[in-house]
Write a protein that binds this ligand. Structure first.
Ligand code: SAH
Ligand code: SF4
Length: 441
């Protein structure tokens, strides 16, 4: 979601005549989009901005800004941490970032500033704006991108006891279906082949709308996207067991463009911990949904998020999580050590787990997840797959990289396939998490 928000801001700078650079020395505006989900992410962003603001630079006029979740939750206090910081914009203000930065930069350039600035401009924009979710429509120009993210909703109305998102991202709010379809069609006209729909609980999209012929608003959106000629692949992230109805399970049987991968956060395999997390479902419901989806789409790859070391998590609770991982045989999983977040109920719970135990459980579960993931990849060697060729491989630009419908990265020899096309390949080998393949003529 942050990637998507960053894209929107960058596209507004491009439209305003700016260029994008990864080189800090060249930049006149430096923005960091921030995540607050875990403390580590906040510390990283603060550390990076601290270093940037303190470095000697030939451009004393540079505008420094924080965007996103950490700005929303820490707002003005960020100027106390980093005096040279200029702009702090919250999660409802992405569409205003360009305007604020551009104005400040133009002023500074007009003043012909030569001396290093010690105190920034301290502009703080973290207010809520009605209808802001309808402003999320700008995309970066094609640059060969054949995949794109589309935000279909903002915010979250759940109150998972560990999670800061509801306080940084605000109330759940869906975009109108017509806007989403228009955006998707524009993307396809520019060469996009694969769209990933984004929302904190995507399957709750349009939940106030009526059920029509047994289909809720989210499945109806998937069906409408499926009709778009030239759109080859549809993904979404993240679904939640709440409001995950049979219509979405069934969608896997009759929507072939819907990819054979779902990232479906489980969080814990213990009902006791799920209850403390205020996740309103039992683990059995989660497991049954996974199994039902696999029945609907036998090659479905399932990945997940798991938190270890939630307050009060006993060894027994942890073993239940591990057992759930073994039962579902996830294709992969992100494992997070519980991180106490500001003003969340879990942070105030008495039985906080010590770092050593969190690390032990993390390590142990990672071994289990990796073993299963590698075995699943090994089983693909020799099989035929279709991949969407996305661009040069990061490690070896002479080769191309694509993804299977199951979202597994595949490296192929360059030259034989074109970026943006879907090609059949035979998997020849796999090392750890990467698959290698030959293009089939
Ligand atoms: N809306 C999604 C999750 C978004 S946050 C959902 O409900 O499934 C992404 C992931 O970060 C979560 O799935 C969770 O596993 C992890 N996470 C969130 N808060 C956390 C915290 N305080 N400590 C550790 N991990 C956390
Ligand atoms: Fe956070 Fe829970 Fe909302 Fe996901 S559903 S964003 S974990 S509060």
């Amino acid at each position: 979601m942050n990637e998507r928000d960053t894209e929107q801001v960058l596209s507004m700078f491009l439209a305003g005549g700016y260029d994008i650079t990864q080189d800090e020395e060249k930049a006149d505006v430096i923005l960091i989009n921030t995540c607050s989900v875990r403390e580590k992410a906040e510390l990283k962003a603060l550390g990076k901005m601290g270093l940037l603001c303190a470095r000697p630079t030939a451009k004393p006029w540079v505008v420094y800004g924080f965007m996103g979740c950490m700005s929303q939750s820490r707002s003005n206090s960020l100027f106390r941490d980093i005096a040279r910081l200029d702009i702090v914009t919250g999660t409802h203000q992405y569409h205003n970032v360009y305007k604020l930065c551009n104005r400040l930069l133009r002023n500074r350039l007009a003043q012909n500033i030569q001396e290093p600035i010690r105190k920034g401009a301290h502009i703080c924009a973290v207010g809520h704006e009605d209808g802001f979710q309808n402003e999320i429509k700008d995309h970066l120009p094609p640059a060969g991108n054949c995949t794109a993210f589309v935000s279909i909703m903002q915010g979250c109305d759940m109150r998972c006891s560990y999670c800061i998102v509801p306080s940084t991202r605000g109330e759940e709010c869906s975009r109108p279906q017509a806007d989403i379809l228009r955006e998707a069609k524009e993307l396809v006209a520019r060469g996009v082949k694969e769209i990933t729909l984004l929302g904190q609980i995507v399957n709750r999209y349009g939940r106030d709308e009526p059920i029509v012929n047994g289909r809720g608003a989210f499945v109806r959106l998937l069906e409408a996207l499926h009709e778009i000629d030239g759109l080859e692949r549809i993904r979404f992230t993240s679904p939640h067991p709440i409001g995950f109805r049979q219509d979405l399970v069934n969608a896997y049987t009759y929507l072939p463009k819907l990819c054979s991968h779902i990232h479906f956060p489980m969080q814990s395999g213990s009902d006791r911990i799920l209850k403390l997390m205020l996740r309103p479902y039992k683990n059995e419901k989660y497991l049954k949904l996974c199994e039902d989806m696999r029945e609907a789409r036998p090659d479905l790859a399932i990945t997940t998020d798991i938190i270890v070391g939630f307050p009060g998590e006993t060894h027994e609770d942890y073993l239940q999580t591990k057992a759930a991982v073994e039962r579902i045989q996830f294709d992969n999983a992100f494992i997070f050590q519980y991180s106490p977040r500001k003003d969340t109920p879990a942070a105030a719970m008495a039985e906080q787990i010590c770092l050593r135990v969190k690390e032990e459980r993390n390590h142990d579960l990672l071994e289990c997840v990796n073993r299963i993931a590698i075995a699943k990849n090994n089983a693909l060697v020799g099989t035929l797959q279709t991949i969407l060729v996305e661009g040069p491989s990061k490690n070896n630009p002479a080769r191309l990289q694509g993804r299977t419908s199951q979202n597994k990265p595949v490296i192929i020899d360059g030259g034989s396939a074109q970026v943006g096309t879907i090609v059949p390949v035979r998997i020849t080998e796999c090392t750890g998490f990467t698959l290698y393949a030959n293009v089939q003529q």
